[in-house]
Write a protein that binds this ligand. Sequence first.
Ligand code: ADP
Length: 268
Amino acid sequence: MVITAGIDVGSTATKAVIFDGTIRSMAIIPTGWNPKETGRTVFLEALNNAGLQERDVDTVVGTGYGRVSLSFIDKKVTEITCHAKGARFLFPQTRTVIDIGGQDSKVIAVAEDGSVADFIMNDKCAAGTGRFLQVMTGILDISLDELGQMASGSKPVSINSMCTVFAESEIIGLLAQGVTKEAISSGIVQTIANKMISLTSKISCLEEITFSGGVANNPEICVILSSSFGAKFNIANQPQIVGALGAAIVGFENYRERGNKDAIRNVM
Ligand code: ADP
């Protein structure tokens, strides 16, 4: 049996998946200041969750912005490729992946054969990313989960500042005016959704959509986005591990095809 691992070192969270044709286990931990060590820790945690040892794993593939820091892996692959792979495994008809992570958001167009046809990425600005949510929950003194609950079914207050720093001041002002945390939470969620909708307008967004990344844990954002596109809209049970899953699948497919881990070093 071929067993592989995928490790996604993100700006905010580091994820690992152990894969044998199915998802054997996973682990998610904050990236912190030392991505190299975190990558190793999350790998060991995922192995432990699967009841496996390091020697049981045939190949390890790294992805995410911090993949360059991983010295123990066999191959590095871009997160664009990995998100497309992971999304297609979970939802085989996926033609568009939208991903909102800690510090970037992206839209990936997937060809019929599963390869990446095109992509667009916003990594210049924290607005519209998980970082924006984290800053705002800090001001409201609530958790990310509470923000999701408060936003649900509340009428959103309009948040006009797109920049995270200005939006922070705007929200402090709204609180001072007595606007409820529910209305502000709803406004924050709407702002993130609007950013994503505007990003998707820059790429031809096709048919079935799969939403990945940590921000897809917010149910209200899922509701707004799913009703904004005239397409089937999928959300993974664990949206944060889609990139790590894709990395593990790249390793799995190549190892199985070629029968050794050296061969996968040549794969894009
Ligand atoms: P990255 O790969 O860039 O580290 P992730 O896809 O791991 O990004 O997502 C991290 C982001 O997920 C965090 O910035 C956080 O805002 C968001 N997140 C995590 N859990 C939740 C939640 N329950 N509700 C909303 N956002 C969440």
